[in-house]
Each structure stands twice: as structure tokens, then as C-alpha cells.
Design a protein around this ligand. Structure first.
Ligand code: NAG
Ligand code: NAG
Ligand code: NAG
Ligand code: NAG
Ligand code: NAG
Ligand code: NAG
Ligand code: NAG
Ligand code: NAG
Length: 576
């Protein structure tokens, strides 16, 4: 297990490792792509672009194989998404199956308005309700984000498929949506809820900077307020939208920045703007936020590696073809790549890491009409091909974890077969706003060995890490916090790297010899310098853990006082 407290590893962490076993592997798309699939009623799906349709089919086929009634993945949340996909396909028996799933999902919604978890859905059907034997704890015994995941997917049902359902079921869904949205309204960042971080009790973490559920709450309140004639709810939908826009407009970025999974969830939520009341606040801003978010994605996406380069605020892997990231489904929906394997998606997806999250990508093709037209031409070109190596920089800020006056600074270098990225951050928690050391990657090098995409990443042990990327590599320092009276100092710098088949490193790899520390990994030469290297104590071990289910080499430098100097390491890289 990881030596980390995973706290808000929330929203979409599915551990579906067991599913990898005994599951019938699907044929590759080329073999099964047009044959053997359950027939669709084309009247709805024919409106999708060809590439979005391929994503929809690719994912829904895989979900079909894993559907074990009553639920997909034993999860009311993922089952709700699957039901929406079945309604869109509308093949033989799909509407009846979807209707039953929807009733079953709603039967797992919490109904007591006097609890903090009112209106959300049980994550694991066999778990008891939060109570004396299962202490109420946010993201542990209950997860208020699930109410938003489900409710937002029901918006698509209301707008696209309502006519296919029994009126009594439509009424039930509306009540369910209302309860989910009222329950979400209980959440106030820092107050209600039972969230904990490394620093102790922190209450709920639903602040505008927690972009993915925050944008879902905006859409839920805006839509359900109108649908149910609840003007207070509509008011809050507009209010929360204004808060989201203010947060976004500080630096033109989502505060959960550059995430293969969560940027996808936020774009999913934003794409629902097309169903919102025309005069709502979010409608005025969603297209701009979508466009600017795609501009950032275009800058970090490396089409020669078929994945999003780092750094990442929250990631579940380093190669989108080796774990399922929802954003990968959206990118594939725009540029294609399912058939030829160039999509940033695992192939096959059944059994892939985070496979459960794939269910989101039966939803995103349906609402791509509110996203795809707003992808700027320059970003589209960058998704399709790397015409020239480029540097990029951006900023983001996540109060209260960041001091509002001290934003995080992102830098990256994107080149053929190589992406380097870094974050300068000064936070009062370790592991980014999600306080998750395994997911927050403040400095990263990923590159191609020809057959694999491999990684060399910093593992955060301090809240204050000043890392910068350039075409020559990484510079990383541990300055004193300027943003907080922080006690989160660290006397180690840890780098985790892996992904190499047939590699056995010697004990003296990167040890200082003749005054220099240089070493070669497949297709990459590294040269390390700085006081951390010259004065620190170096250890190199393999096999002591895994991160995002990936085993790693752990290169760690421990250091004491460095004569008052700021601890620093420079990692020069050369692709060979
Ligand atoms: C396909 O769906 C449309 C819209 O729901 C419906 O009008 C039509 O009858 C369906 N066709 C078939 C063959 O089921
Ligand atoms: C909605 O909440 C009310 C209590 O406020 C409860 O009586 C009702 O059963 C809930 N409806 C659904 C669909 O969960
Ligand atoms: C209005 O909505 C907010 C946010 O959900 C909630 O806190 C408040 O209690 C609601 N007020 C009324 C009168 O329903
Ligand atoms: C949108 O229109 C409705 C109905 O006319 C009104 O109640 C609401 O205040 C308007 N919202 C905004 C943000 O102007
Ligand atoms: C990010 O850059 C700004 C200058 O644009 C600087 O004021 C700030 O301190 C930097 N943030 C960090 C964490 O170093
Ligand atoms: C940091 O601590 C000093 C001395 O205790 C105090 O005066 C100052 O206000 C604190 N600053 C912050 C940002 O909390
Ligand atoms: C270190 O320098 C000595 C003398 O120049 C040389 O013989 C030796 O090969 C060098 N070792 C390495 C690892 O470069
Ligand atoms: C990396 O190695 C160091 C030194 O052995 C150890 O203290 C640390 O816990 C390890 N970190 C991880 C994430 O494995």
C-alpha cells in the first residue's frame, strides 16, 4: 500500500482490479467494431459525429459485457450512466433494462432530510447506512458527489429520452433529482460534512475550486430549480455559477488543473449548458470556459505519446492508454483514434485501470454537441499532431489550500516523444487541494521508449515545492513558504519512476561519481545536480510500493541543513 493518507481521492476512484479477472476480453475494435453489437435504433445516434459515435459504441459494448443485474460494477452511480447509454442506443430490450436500472438506482438514494448525506446515493449497495456501526464520514461511509453524478446524468434523460419512459418513472426521476439537488445544497466548504485531511477535520471540501463537483452542482441547481419551479434553487444555481466563473477568470483555468479524469468530468458538467434555461448565469459563460479549458488541454496533450503530459493536479496514471481517463474519451470523440489505436484510451478497455470511469463516456458523446464546436482551432490542431515542440505556462489557485495571492505556476515542454512538466506551489496541505500525494504530481518527465510510455515523477512530501520545466529538464527547490506560516517542511526529495520492461538498475545508478550524477534510462539520459544531490544521502529501491497500481523505483535524497541554502535539484534530460 501507499505510504499516504488518501483523503479526497474522491469522485471517481474505482478499484475494479477484480474485474480484470475472469472477464471475457472483447475482440479489438477492428474485429468487433461493426459486427455482433446489439443493434441500435439509429434515429437518435445518427446525429452524433462519426468519431463520437465510435467512442459511444466502444464504451457501451464494454459496459454491456460487465453488466451484472441489477447493477453495472455493483454501483448505482455507474449504473445510472449506463442506463442513459441504453436509452440512447434504444436497441432491443434497452429501454426496459434502463427503466429497471433507474428504479433500482433510485431505491438506493438516501431519503432522510436530516442527514448530511440526504439525496445522495449509496456507493456500495451492500454497505449499511452511515450510523453507529459505520461512522458518518464524507467519502468513506457516504459520498455526496454521487448525488451530483447521478442527477446531472438524469438531466440528459429529461432532455433527450423522457418520452421513452413510463410517466410514473419520469415523476420518480424528477423527485430523485430534486432530492439530490436539495441535499447537495447542504454542502458548504469548510463546514458541513465529515471530511478529514492530513491536518485533521476540515469539514466539507465543496469549494468553487473543487471544479468537478462544483460545476455539476451549478448545473443540477440551475436545471432542477427551473424544472421544479424552485426559485431559491435557481437563485443558488446562478450564484454558484457566478462563484465558479469568478474562480475560473482569475487565471483562465480550472483550479483542478490538467487532470486526465477530472478535467473530463468538469467538461462533462459544462457541456450540459445547452440544456439550461437560456437566461441562466452559466449559459452566458460555459462556452468561454470550455474553449479556454481546451486551449490548456491542447498545450499539454502530446499527440506523439497519445496522452496528456504533466504536471497533473490529480491523476490516476501517466499514460492515458494505460489507465482510463474520462478526458481521453472526450479527446477521442473529437479526433478519433478508436479504430487505429491512436486514441488516448486503453485498448481493450475492459479490465483497464479505472475502467469504471469509462461509463462517463457514454454520456459525453450525447452532449458533445455543446462541447465540440467550442474547441478552438489551434487546440484541435494540437490534439491532432505536434507540429512543433513548445513550452507553455499557466497559473491556477485553490483557496483555502492556496493563499489567494500566491497562485500555482505551471510550466511544460512538449516535444516528440517527450513531455516535461512542473508546478510551483505554496500550499498548506501536501498533495494538492485534494491532499492526495499519490495523485498530485508536481514534476514529471514522460517519454516514449518506442514501445512504452515511461515516467519519472516527483512524489510530493512538502506543500511548498517550486518546480519549473523547460526544454532542458526540471529545476526543483524547497523554498520557505511565503504564503502560510507553514510547518509542512520536508527534508527529503523523492522521485518515483517506472514502466520499463527488461530494466534492472545497478545500486549506483545516479550516484555521484567524479563530481557528477549522470545515468541512462531507456531513451533518456539524466544528469542531476544541486545541493540535494551533492550533500544529500541517496537511496534507490525497487519493490517497496506502487502508485496508482504501478510499481516503481524510488530514488530519494535525504538532507539536513544545507548551510542555510534552499534545497535544490536540477534534472537535465536528453532524449537519446
Ligand atoms: C426508434 O426511436 C424513435 C424515437 O424514440 C421511435 O420513434 C422509433 O419508433 C424507434 N424505431 C424502432 C425501430 O424502434
Ligand atoms: C425525497 O425525499 C423525501 C423526504 O424529503 C422522501 O420522502 C422521498 O421518498 C424522497 N424521494 C426519493 C425519490 O428519494
Ligand atoms: C435555498 O437554497 C440554499 C442552497 O441550497 C439552502 O441553503 C437554503 O436553505 C434554501 N432556502 C430555502 C428557503 O429553501
Ligand atoms: C431568468 O428568467 C426567470 C423567469 O423570467 C427569472 O425568474 C430569473 O430571475 C432569470 N434569471 C436571471 C439570472 O436573470
Ligand atoms: C507564481 O508566480 C507569481 C508571479 O506571477 C508569483 O508571485 C508567485 O509567488 C508564484 N507562485 C509560487 C508558488 O511560487
Ligand atoms: C505568521 O506568524 C506571525 C507570527 O506568529 C504572524 O504575525 C503572522 O500574522 C502570521 N502570518 C500568517 C499569514 O498567518
Ligand atoms: C572518474 O575519473 C577517473 C580519473 O579521471 C576515471 O579514471 C574514471 O573512469 C572516472 N569515473 C567515472 C565513473 O566517470
Ligand atoms: C521512498 O524511499 C524513502 C527512503 O527509503 C522512503 O522513506 C519513502 O517512504 C519512500 N517513498 C515512497 C512513496 O515509497
Amino acid at each position: 500500500m501507499l505510504l499516504t493518507t488518501v483523503l479526497f481521492a474522491t469522485s471517481l476512484p474505482v478499484c475494479l482490479v477484480s474485474l480484470a479477472l475472469g472477464v471475457r476480453a472483447p475482440a479489438l475494435p477492428s474485429a468487433s467494431f461493426l459486427n455482433g453489437r446489439r443493434a441500435a435504433n439509429e434515429s437518435y445516434l445518427e446525429a452524433l459525429s462519426e468519431t463520437q459515435r465510435q467512442v459511444f459504441d466502444y464504451v457501451l459494448d464494454a459496459l454491456d459485457e460487465n453488466f451484472s443485474p441489477p447493477f453495472l460494477f455493483n454501483s448505482p452511480r455507474y449504473s445510472a450512466w449506463y442506463a442513459v447509454g441504453l436509452l440512447a442506443r434504444n436497441g432491443k430490450g434497452d429501454v426496459a433494462t434502463a427503466s429497471q436500472i433507474l428504479k433500482d438506482v433510485i431505491s438506493f438514494q438516501f431519503t432522510d432530510p436530516n442527514t448530511d448525506w440526504y439525496g445522495t446515493f449509496k456507493d456500495v449497495p451492500s454497505a449499511p447506512d452511515p450510523g453507529d456501526v459505520y461512522p458518518p464520514r464524507l467519502y468513506t461511509s457516504y459520498d455526496t458527489n454521487i448525488g451530483l453524478f447521478v442527477c446531472t446524468s438524469f438531466i440528459i434523460i429529461m432532455e433527450e429520452f423522457q418520452h421513452m419512459l413510463e410517466p410514473s418513472l419520469v415523476t420518480l426521476i424528477k423527485k430523485s433529482m430534486y432530492n439530490a439537488t436539495v441535499g447537495d445544497g447542504y454542502r458548504v466548504g469548510g463546514f458541513n460534512g465529515d471530511g478529514y485531511s492530513a491536518g485533521g477535520f476540515i469539514g466539507d471540501n465543496l469549494y468553487p475550486i473543487y471544479s468537478n463537483p462544483w460545476y455539476m452542482r451549478v448545473m443540477a441547481a440551475t436545471y432542477v430549480g427551473k424544472m421544479m419551479g424552485d426559485t431559491n434553487m435557481s437563485y443558488w444555481g446562478d450564484q454558484w455559477a457566478a462563484e465558479a466563473v469568478a474562480s475560473f477568470n482569475l487565471y483562465g483555468t480550472l483550479a483542478e488543473f490538467n487532470c486526465g479524469t477530472y478535467t473530463g468530468v468538469t467538461l462533462y458538467a459544462l457541456s450540459l449548458w445547452g440544456y439550461m434555461p437560456k437566461n441562466s448565469t452559466i449559459v452566458k459563460h460555459a462556452k468561454d470556459i470550455i474553449a479556454k479549458t481546451w486551449t490548456s488541454i491542447g498545450m499539454f496533450y502530446n499527440p506523439t505519446l497519445h496522452t496528456l503530459g504533466g504536471p497533473w493536479d490529480r491523476t490516476y496514471g501517466y499514460d492515458m492508454r494505460a489507465y482510463y481517463g474520462i478526458l481521453g474519451g472526450q479527446i477521442a470523440g473529437i479526433i478519433g483514434g478508436i479504430e487505429d489505436g491512436n486514441a488516448p484510451l486503453p485498448r481493450p478497455i475492459v479490465g483497464s485501470e479505472h475502467f469504471g470511469d469509462a461509463a462517463a463516456n457514454v454520456l459525453t458523446p450525447l452532449i458533445a454537441k455543446f462541447n465540440d464546436p467550442y474547441v478552438p482551432a489551434a487546440a484541435l490542431a494540437q490534439l491532432k499532431g505536434l507540429s512543433t515542440s513548445h513550452a507553455y505556462s499557466a497559473q491556477a489557485v485553490s483557496p483555502p489550500w492556496d493563499n489567494p495571492t500566491v497562485p500555482r505556476n505551471y510550466t511544460s515542454w512538449t516535444a516528440p516523444g517527450l513531455s516535461i512538466g512542473a508546478i510551483a506551489s505554496d500550499e498548506k496541505v501536501i498533495g494538492g487541494a485534494a491532499t492526495n500525494q499519490a495523485a498530485y504530481v508536481p514534476a514529471s518527465i514522460i517519454w516514449s521508449t518506442g514501445t512504452q510510455t515511461v515516467w519519472f515523477n516527483m512524489y510530493p512530501t512538502s506543500g511548498t515545492i517550486s518546480a519549473a520545466a523547460s526544454h532542458t529538464g526540471l529545476t526543483i527547490a524547497y523554498p520557505t513558504s511565503a504564503a502560510f506560516n507553514s510547518t509542512l517542511t520536508s527534508n527529503v526529495m523523492t522521485f518515483l519512476f517506472g514502466g520499463f520492461p527488461h530494466l534492472s538498475l545497478p545500486a549506483n545508478f545516479l550516484a555521484v561519481a567524479n563530481g557528477t550524477s549522470t545515468g541512462t534510462l531507456p531513451n533518456l539520459r539524466l544528469t542531476l545536480s544541486g545541493n540535494v544531490v551533492s550533500a544529500g544521502t541517496r537511496t534507490l529501491v525497487y519493490g517497496a510500493g506502487s502508485i496508482n497500481d504501478l510499481p516503481y523505483y524510488n530514488l530519494t535524497y535525504a538532507f539536513g541543513d544545507l548551510g542555510g541554502a534552499v534545497p535544490q535539484i536540477v534534472i537535465a534530460v536528453e532524449k537519446i
